[in-house]
Design a protein. Structure first.
Length: 185
């Protein structure tokens, strides 16, 4: 292991936080329905360096978002922690395409278990994202609000988390990126 490996990991974690914030903000500004891309960096770090750096990246992302856009982003750090844990466990021997899809599906159901109650408590279930359309449709079909928020979030996360995991899987196949994360020139 190189002497600068901890520093390298921390720098890459910081870059991953920036990726989470920038991609999440751009997708939000463009109002792309059912897509967030705000956990790409967390997924990358957790699949590359493991659970603790992934958790650090996820929590730092939400703290930074809290500083930028307000404190309501901070409780969602719990969702990012769950992302890091699931991805780290699933990617122990690499994040293949098949593992990426399975991980994305798992995250699609696990993340809303944490995020839906937070979304309900902070925003009454509606955040202004494309997922709100699904929640409104489910509510209109007679579902209780908590159920509509959960299943609406599952719908959005199903698209977002699978795409995010697949993107990271493809990124990790790039030889230059592999050299960078392993610390070779």
């Amino acid at each position: 292991m190189k002497s600068n490996s901890k520093t390298r990991v921390l720098v890459i974690c910081a870059l991953a936080v920036v990726i989470n914030v920038v991609f999440g903000s751009v997708v939000s500004m463009l109002s792309i329905p059912l897509l967030f891309l705000d956990t790409l960096g967390t997924i990358f770090i957790a699949s590359t360096y493991g659970m603790l750096p992934g958790i650090l990246t996820g929590v730092a992302t939400n703290l930074l978002m809290g500083a930028i856009s307000g404190p309501t982003s901070i409780p969602f750090a719990l969702v990012n922690v769950a992302v890091a844990i699931v991805v780290a466990l699933m990617a122990k021997n690499g994040l293949t395409l098949v593992k990426a899809v399975i991980t994305g599906v798992l995250l699609a159901f696990i993340c809303p278990l944490i995020g839906a109650p937070i979304r309900l408590a902070l925003f009454g279930g509606f955040t202004g994202s494309g997922t709100d359309i699904v929640i409104l449709a489910l509510k209109g079909a007679g579902q209780e609000l908590i159920s509509a928020v959960y299943w609406g979030a599952v719908t959005g996360n199903f698209v977002d988390k699978i795409i995010s995991c697949i993107l990271v899987s493809f990124i990790l196949k790039n030889k230059q990126i592999v050299k960078l994360i392993q610390g070779y020139n």
